[in-house]
Design a protein around this ligand. Structure first.
Ligand code: SAM
Length: 216
């Protein structure tokens, strides 16, 4: 059974998440971006970051590669902050903030070389629909890299400690969110989306699902 995690941001809650991302989470984004680039080998072309929030992963990917990145979210308050962050890093030519829902991604079939998403799939109302939308927008041979995490064991521990102080309920909330994306639920959703060939890894880098769209 799947209970939907509601995540509707106000200007205030989006600013709060941005503040956490700018301070506590900040070092994870380049670490995760490098892991994505190394693991996929895709360093140029068009990338889509689903549920980009304030845009830090999209910004790190554009900074560390030649990718052009569409940073997509279905929260207007998050996107307004993402736009500010993109300007702050002077990446307006390489990163674009786009409004859209993972349930109906507003991009053409086969238009993306790489689709990434961090910390968002816990909130997708229909996991299988999200995966099938990812598969649709990737070009044949392109890769999806979807999941969550903090990059490595040291960062994970440091962040857990800082977040424990800031929000004593954080661990509890994370456990609750992750119930929607247990490996059995994710495996079932992938199969339902017609994705049989994938990697599902849970390790110090986080919990990541990686799949390639077959070359026809
Ligand atoms: N990826 C960012 C990061 O790692 O810093 C933000 C993660 S935040 C925990 C989750 C984000 O996913 C939020 O910005 C939320 O608005 C977005 N989101 C949740 N469900 C979504 C959906 N169905 N379509 C698009 N974005 C969604």
């Amino acid at each position: 059974s799947r209970t939907v995690n509601r995540e509707e941001h106000t200007d205030e809650s989006a600013a709060d998440f941005n503040e956490i991302a700018q301070t506590i989470f900040f070092p994870i984004y380049p670490v995760i971006a490098n892991q994505i680039l190394e693991r996929t080998g895709i360093e140029q072309g068009q990338c889509l970051d689903l549920g980009c929030g304030p845009g830090h992963l999209a910004i790190a990917l554009a900074t560390l590669s030649d990718l052009k990145v569409c940073a997509m979210d279905n929260s207007r308050p998050m996107l307004r902050i993402a736009e500010e962050n993109i300007r702050k890093y002077r990446l307006e030519r390489r990163v674009r903030a786009v409004f859209g829902d993972v349930m109906e991604i507003p991009f053409n079939t086969g238009s993306m070389d790489l689709v990434v998403s961090r910390g968002s799939f816990f909130f997708w109302p229909n996991l299988s629909r999200g995966f099938s939308e990812c598969l649709r927008v990737i070009r044949p041979g392109g890769i999806a890299y979807i999941g969550g995490g903090f990059g490595n064991a040291r960062l994970k521990d440091e962040i857990a400690e800082k977040m424990r102080v800031r929000d004593p309920e954080w661990k509890e909330k994370r456990n609750r969110w992750s119930q929607n994306c247990t490996p059995p639920k994710v495996r079932a959703a992938l199969v339902f989306a017609g994705i049989r060939d994938y990697d599902l890894n849970k390790d110090d880098s986080g919990y990541w699902i990686v799949f390639r769209k077959p070359l026809k």
